[in-house]
Design a protein around this ligand. Structure first.
Ligand SMILES: NC(=O)c1ccc[n+]([C@@H]2O[C@H](COP(=O)([O-])OP(=O)(O)OC[C@H]3O[C@@H](n4cnc5c(N)ncnc54)[C@H](OP(=O)(O)O)[C@@H]3O)[C@@H](O)[C@H]2O)c1
Length: 319
């Protein structure tokens, strides 16, 4: 079952031990456990989760089995199949996430392992490797936010931090579902992109309150917090409205709780969510935006660029 690659070293961007900085290390190629496949990774994209693991912030939430390889969202080709796997075979081009109950394998590596059933599907031919690597984690999070919006028809939805991986997908989904989307972008290019993706209004977050009040003088129905301080824009939501955040993980962290419904979001990719997303990319109803690609040895630069004036996703090319 593909055991020929066992025990050889591979390059991985990993944290060697508690408190260490992530670095390119030579580690053993992982073997797929029952229910898993091993994937030769072609591309992986950078997410806030990866920076949080690198900074040690996930220590209280996940068991770390060192060396911990960073990287969650990826595309690649199945290279070995664990016991009990059906539906995926060696040579299949896939996209998905590494989402185990502990941290050890990751996508910033020549090979990773992932559950075959749940967070991984065959990648459609119409997506490039970089696009395929930018959809599972971000897109599933956007779908969870869309579900939290409820019936979006006619609702005014403010998306703060809309130019990144999650926001560029969410803006398209919410606008197509009938919401009036007000999306933030710092640069003119960012705001132009958001309008192209379906936002009714694109505003600079440097003057967020004034711009939103001009557009929605009585307040918005929903605000989605992807970046910035929600304490600064919760007041823009109508009484009885909703504040949604994949950044705050507990309702008691939300501002204005007595006035607004607080919805923390955790994006968990499932086969269903991934197939829904690839169905939309296939029909031309969803564009996956890749800002730039970095070589595997440039991960530190890619981490430095994440979160600042990027349009969509930052991708690391592995093979
Ligand atoms: N809980 C979960 O399951 C989950 C899953 C995925 C993501 N997340 C979180 O969701 C958030 C969004 O993820 P992402 O990958 O889309 O992030 P991202 O790629 O960094 O995009 C966010 C965008 O926000 C803009 N921005 C920066 N500072 C801002 C500010 N003060 N106010 C408004 N906008 C600002 C930046 O573009 P401009 O400055 O050019 O406008 C940036 O490109 C992150 O915090 C991430 O960690 C959580």
């Amino acid at each position: 079952m593909g055991a020929q690659k066992a025990r050889q070293p591979m390059k991985a961007f990993a944290v060697a031990e508690q408190g260490a900085q992530p670095a390119h290390l030579d580690i053993d190629i992982p073997e797929p456990d029952p229910g898993e496949v091993r994937v030769r990774v072609t591309a992986a994209s950078v997410n806030g989760f990866d920076l949080a693991v690198a900074a040690g912030w996930m220590a209280g939430f996940f068991e770390h089995r060192y060396p911990v390889v960073l990287g969650r969202e990826f595309a690649g080709v199945v290279d070995a199949v664990g016991e009990g796997v059906s539906g995926l075979g060696v040579g299949d081009r896939v996209l998905g996430v590494v989402a185990k109950p502990f941290l050890r394998e990751g996508a910033f590596a020549e090979y990773t392992t992932a559950f075959a059933d749940g967070g991984l599907i065959k990648a459609p031919d119409d997506l490039t490797d970089s696009e395929a690597a930018s959809l599972a984690h971000t897109g599933s999070t956007a779908l969870a936010i869309l579900a939290a919006i409820g019936d979006p028809v006619g609702k005014t939805v403010l998306v703060v931090g809309a130019t990144g991986g999650v926001g560029t997908i969410l803006v398209q989904l919410a606008a197509a579902a009938g919401a009036v989307v007000i999306a933030t972008g710092r640069t003119i290019d960012g705001r132009d992109l958001l309008t192209e993706l379906g936002a009714a209004h694109a505003v600079d977050y440097a003057r967020l309150a004034a711009s939103v009040r001009e557009i929605a003088p009585h307040g918005v129905d929903v605000a989605v917090h992807l970046k910035g301080d929600p304490g600064e824009f919760a007041e823009l939501v109508k009484d009885g409205g909703t504040l949604i955040s994949p950044v705050l993980f507990s309702p008691d962290m939300f501002p204005d709780q007595e006035r607004l419904t607080a919805v923390p979001i955790a994006g968990y990719p499932t086969t269903e969510s991934l197939e829904r997303l690839t169905g939309l990319t296939g029909s031309g109803d969803l564009r996956i935006i890749v800002d730039r690609e970095h070589a595997f040895d440039e991960i530190a630069q890619a981490f430095g660029a994440y979160g600042h004036e990027t349009l969509g996703n930052i991708v690391i090319r592995i093979w």
